[in-house]
Design a protein around this ligand. Structure first.
Ligand SMILES: CC(C)(COP(=O)(O)OP(=O)(O)OC[C@H]1O[C@@H](n2cnc3c(N)ncnc32)[C@H](O)[C@@H]1OP(=O)(O)O)[C@@H](O)C(=O)NCCC(=O)NCCS
Length: 465
């Protein structure tokens, strides 16, 4: 009985996550050794299942080990030795003109393994030239030749591919506008594509499965599992882990703290660094998982039983309380809206008087959105003065401010939040608010309700009625 109940719970949980993430973009950066693992066909089946269920799946295959093997097989590595040079400059691969065709061959071979697996599950996939690249040039007197970096992700082409239900596969090769191929680290591609497509999740799938205790120094208070692995951490905590272990990285990278092709035991730190950068680029959650574990992606996605390390950005990170000196900035945001009658008129003094009610969204020390929560008693509070900088419209700022104010209301034990609006009802409905009558407002608010404005009242119930 309890077993069947837990199964039902699991199914419920899966439906919950499925409806939450349907239609959202997820990027999977999958290292080569996983591609070569006997469990790989199951992993590809799971990716196919996600694509068939309506997730926008993007695959970035890592090919480092296979490239190394191909270069060794075709005598390219020994050619470096004969020329008394190294295939790496510090931790960056030097891709010579002679090595490039073999690097391309290896990269496309690995990408084709995903294509084959997806075809077997009746999912269409495209290996494409979605990465515009440029060469790294000469670094510290060393010409890196065909080693490049991402200049731009061709997001329009990727979006077209995704909207047709296809899975784009991005091998570690990018092209200059003149058509010259470059070998680009798959970490860079995964990062750039996650940012360009606004991915909600990035999965880093390797043989490591996150950061375990033992090899590394962990700051105190991190949430760890029975096996000592870090279960979840914030970007600030990830920074602390990287700082605590920077000596290891510096030693391996020849004195610089840069990450590149580091020794295997340092790969988990390199992965954490990638996760941190992705989180800074706006990816809400980054999961580092072990690709050999059957169903690891599904478990991480559809349940609370994740088996790797998750880095989660605080979605309210950029939101803070209003300071007096911000008032001119929020008036600048609200002024055109007050003039159009979309927001009610407020003076600097009135805002100052209610300063504690306001919250602002700040990016690079500039305020781009604001909002307020005014308490009216009777268990009700009003969400008001919501305004987003038009240059930053449709980026989720308005929604995050409203979510933040709703969270604030919940913490204060408010039962219902409401909003008075003349022109933005559709948006509030989209956020889950429903129209209610003026009579349902707290008495104090009803008394000052301006009937001439004919604002509609929308409310969101936070606790059971
Ligand atoms: C309404 C407002 C706050 C939305 O801010 P935002 O940061 O652009 O919104 P988000 O990015 O969170 O949400 C964007 C979504 O809402 C939709 N949207 C934006 N304004 C809308 C409106 N007035 N009515 C209906 N939908 C709207 C967008 O089309 C977008 O939908 P999509 O994701 O399907 O493309 C902003 O347009 C604004 O400042 N409006 C004027 C002030 C106002 O009306 N305030 C509310 C009264 S208190």
């Amino acid at each position: 009985m309890s077993n069947s109940l837990s199964q039902v719970d699991l199914i419920r949980e899966a439906f919950h996550y499925q409806s939450r993430f349907e239609g959202s973009t997820m990027v999977f950066k999958i290292d080569f050794p996983v591609t070569d693992d006997p469990g790989f066909p199951f992993l590809v089946k799971d990716l196919a299942l996600l694509a068939q269920t309506g997730f926008r799946v993007v695959i970035v295959p890592g090919a480092k080990e296979w490239i190394d093997a191909v270069l060794a097989e075709y005598g390219i590595i020994s050619a470096y030795a004969e020329a008394d040079s190294s295939p790496f400059h510090r931790s960056t691969r030097i891709t010579t003109a002679c090595a490039m065709p073999f690097v391309e061959m290896a990269a496309f071979h690995v990408a084709a393994r995903f294509m084959t697996g997806l075809a077997g599950s009746r999912v269409d996939a495209v290996i494409g030239n979605f990465v515009r690249a440029r060469g790294l040039g000469v670094v510290n007197g060393q010409d890196l030749e065909h080693t490049g970096t991402v200049e731009k992700i061709l997001a329009d082409s990727l979006n077209k591919t995704l909207s047709q239900g296809m899975v784009p596969i991005l091998p570690c090769i990018g092209y200059s506008p003149a058509g010259k191929p470059y070998n680009v680290p798959s970490d860079e591609i995964a990062l750039a594509v996650s940012a360009a497509l606004g991915a909600v999740k990035l999965f880093i799938v390797s043989l490591n499965g996150g950061l375990g205790a033992g090899t590394y120094t962990f700051p105190e208070n991190l949430e760890t599992g029975d096996d000592g692995r870090i279960l979840r951490l914030t970007p600030q905590e990830a920074e602390a882990v990287l700082a605590a272990n920077s000596g290891l990285v510096k030693g391996a990278a020849g004195g610089s703290a840069a990450f590149g092709s580091l020794a295997n035991e340092l790969r988990p730190l390199q992965e954490l660094n990638l996760a941190l950068r992705a989180s800074r680029a706006g990816v809400e959650r980054v999961h580092i998982i072990d690709g050999r574990e059957e169903g690891a992606i599904l478990r991480e996605l559809f349940s609370n039983l994740g088996s790797g390390t998750m880095l989660y950005a605080d979605k309210y990170e950029s939101i803070r309380a209003l300071r007096s000196r911000d008032i001119p900035d929020i008036l600048r945001l609200m002024d055109p809206l007050m003039q159009q009658g979309i927001l009610i008129r407020r003076t600097a003094e009135q805002i100052l008087e209610k300063k504690a009610d306001f919250a602002v969204f700040e990016i690079d020390e500039q305020i781009h959105a604001c909002g307020a929560l005014h308490e009216w008693g009777e268990g009700q509070a009003e969400i008001a003065a919501i305004a987003t900088d038009p240059l930053y419209g449709d980026m989720g700022l308005g929604r995050r401010i409203v979510d933040y104010l709703i969270d604030r209301a919940k913490k204060k034990g408010i039962a219902r939040v409401f909003v008075l609006t003349t022109q933005t009802q559709d948006w509030f409905e989209f956020l889950g608010f429903r129209e209610v009558s003026v009579k349902s407002l707290p008495e104090k608010k009803q008394k000052i309700y301006d009937r001439s404005r004919r604002s509609k009242v929308f409310a969101l119930q936070l606790t059971g009625e």
